[in-house]
Design a protein around this ligand. Sequence first.
Ligand SMILES: [Zn+2]
Length: 180
Amino acid sequence: MNFCSNCGNSKLEYIIPEGDQKQRFVCNECDTIHYQNPRVIAGCLPIYDGKILLGKRAIEPRYGYWNLPAGFLENGETPNDGALRELYEETHAKGEAKHLHTVFSLPNYNQVYLIYLVALSSDQFSKVTSESIDVELFEIKDIPWDAIAFESTTFAIKKYIENPTNKEANIGHLIKEQLH
Ligand SMILES: [Zn+2]
C-alpha cells in the first residue's frame, strides 16, 4: 500500500496498532488504520443430468484451463446471487443455487471460495462468451483433470463425485509450502 485512500498521504507506516496483534498500514496524517482482509470468490458447481458445466478461461491467470464459473463477489451482493451472476457471465446458463457445496480457502492468496451447487434449468448455454473461450457440459468420466485451472475446482468436483447427494458443505484449503 503506497497511499492513504482517505487523505492521499504517501507516508504510511506498517505497524501494529495499539490493542491489535497484526501489522497494518497506518496513516500518520489522518490516523486511518487500513485493514486488509481476504476477498470472497463466489462460484458454482452447475449440474445438469449428472453432468458438470465448465468454462475454459478467456483470461489470465490460467488462460485456456477449465474452471467452474466463479468470480469476485461484488459489494451489495449475496454469495448465492454472485454465483449465479458468474454462471451467466461465463456460460450464459441459468439455474438455481441449491446449497453451499464447498468452502475453499487459499490463505497465501487471501482468498475464500464459496461454491454453490447449482441445478441448471436446462442444457442451454453459449459455447463461447466474453469470459470463456469454450463451454462444455462434461460427463463425470470426461472431466479434463489435467487441464483444470484451480485447486478449488478440482476439490469441489471430487467432493461431488464422492457423494453427489450430500448437502453439507465440504471444507478445504490449499496452503503453499514455505520456501525457507
Ligand atoms: Zn490518511
